[in-house]
Design a protein around this ligand. Structure first.
Ligand code: ZN
Length: 240
């Protein structure tokens, strides 16, 4: 089985469609939350995920978009984008986001947005948090997003190994437990502006990370057209 793993799409349909054009034939699409927020196309992105039959979890931006108090913790730009999202989304989009679980287990894989210990908010960015995270799920692998940075934390008998996957990196899955982050489709933050995602191939027992260039100017024009914050527009150029 081939599974496309997408996270942090952030209402960026241009990036999502560029990714979908490269994934080939897949048996499933799994998404790790933050479908909306920051970007200008929340309804269209949700529509696309429904067409794909995607399954997945909700992120902090998804929760905030449907009235969650998560918005109180957002910086000014994130808050402005979510207030805009709240105003414009169709009721069916809001219903889709509101129905997403915060944790999902599928085919012996755990999915969360932030961390398995704190699915909505915690960032898995350090060995310390990764070590604690391994205590908070029971499956062999846990997929997560939230940081917008592709990453692997692997538990080698209590020693946590850290890998920073690049375009084309292949990780072989074995008995060692792993935390896997596919990076962000719609707003990468590792200095590479290209959309990031991962493919799991269960027959080969491997995960491949991919980067895809997309028409950044097109999504930026769409953001300006609805008056989203200039900083959110500009950061897409740099992937930061
Ligand atoms: Zn995000």
């Amino acid at each position: 089985m081939r599974i496309a793993v997408l996270s942090d799409i952030h209402s960026n349909l241009v990036a999502l469609d560029a990714v979908l054009a490269t994934i080939g034939t897949v048996d499933a699409v799994w998404q790790l939350g933050d479908i909306v927020g920051y970007g200008p196309q929340p309804d269209a992105v949700v529509e696309r995920l429904i067409e794909l039959g995607a399954i997945g979890v909700r992120g902090n931006h998804d929760a905030a978009a449907v009235g969650g108090n998560e918005i109180e913790y957002f910086n000014v730009d994130a808050r402005r984008a979510i207030e805009w999202t709240r105003r414009v989304i169709r009721p069916s989009t809001a219903a889709y986001l509101a129905a997403l679980p915060e944790r999902l287990i599928e085919d012996e894989v755990t999915m969360v947005h932030g961390s398995p210990r704190e699915p909505t908010w915690e960032y898995v960015t350090s060995v310390t948090v990764a070590r604690a995270s391994f205590q908070a799920f029971r499956t062999g692998s846990c997929l997560h997003g939230h940081t917008h940075i592709p990453a692997v934390f692997r538990d080698n008998d209590g020693t946590i190994e850290v890998i920073a996957p690049r375009d084309g990196t292949i990780l072989r899955l074995d008995e060692r437990r792993v935390l896997l982050n596919p990076g962000s489709v719609g707003q990468p933050r590792d200095g590479d502006p290209r959309a990031s995602y991962a493919i799991i191939d269960t027959d080969r027992a491997e995960v491949t990370w991919r980067r895809v260039a997309y028409d950044i100017a097109a999504i930026q024009a769409a953001m300006r057209a609805v008056d989203l914050p200039p900083h959110l527009v500009a950061r897409l150029d740099h992937g930061l």
